[in-house]
Design a protein around this ligand. Sequence first.
Ligand SMILES: [Zn+2]
Length: 164
Amino acid sequence: MCANPNCTRPDLPILIQKTNWCRSCYYKSKKKPGRSTWMQTHPERARELLKKSRRKRRIECPEHVLWVRCKHRARKMGLPFDLSVLDIVIPEYCPIFPYIKLNLTHSKARFDSPSVDQIKPGLGYIKGNVRVISHRANMLKSNMTLDEITYLVLDFTSRAGEYK
Ligand SMILES: [Zn+2]
């Protein structure tokens, strides 16, 4: 249990071995005094700065952003995860839709945002089972079974004449 006498979260496990403090106490101790009041008195400016720093991070280390995202996803779905940031390799173009150039600057996921794909679904985010594809390809992949794709293709090709 947390060694901080002022701890408000005795239910949390210990995060920092050196001090035997929990996560809650650790992050509270890291907070700069005055910062939150400044943010309260300058909400517009604070939001702007946050947006700017997030954009900078997305552009400067998109691999890390993707790594954090799929780590959370793995935990949420109860899937195995053993990736390091170096396992995330972002190609210039989507490997499934080669005409989609991956764009790292969007704040919200769009069709050309990079997205980490499990090559074998359900195996987890583990070394050798991930690649970066476009958000569009990942959405289609995760929402459809091979049967459904086959029927769609059959339908499309049988109506090919109507489209011309
Ligand atoms: Zn604590």
